[in-house]
Design a protein around this ligand. Structure first.
Ligand code: SF4
Length: 83
């Protein structure tokens, strides 16, 4: 059984993956996006974090529009206005 799978090609990133990786890297650098909070500021408490009940959610900031982690942070963090 193992020999049968040895003949299969090993998964490898394609050109599109290199391209996406570069695009997202530029985006990250532009936003100064970090995978950790900046003192009390974190994505989960940011205006642009779509669903604060989830540990990973969509960031709708117009310059990002990507999935981010609740503990992450970027320079565009914005306080949620009190109602
Ligand atoms: S704007 Fe920045 S801090 Fe706010 S949710 Fe998006 S990535 Fe996180």
């Amino acid at each position: 059984m193992a020999d049968e799978f040895d003949d299969l090609p090993k998964p490898a990133p394609k050109e599109i993956d290199e391209q996406r990786s570069m695009e997202l890297r530029f985006l990250q650098e532009d936003a100064i996006l970090r995978a950790k909070p900046n003192e009390n500021e974190r994505c989960q408490s940011c205006l642009y974090y779509l669903n604060p009940d989830e540990e990973i959610s969509y960031c709708w900031h117009p310059k990002l529009r990507i999935l981010v982690g609740g503990e992450w942070w970027c320079q565009w963090w914005e306080k949620i206005p009190e109602e």
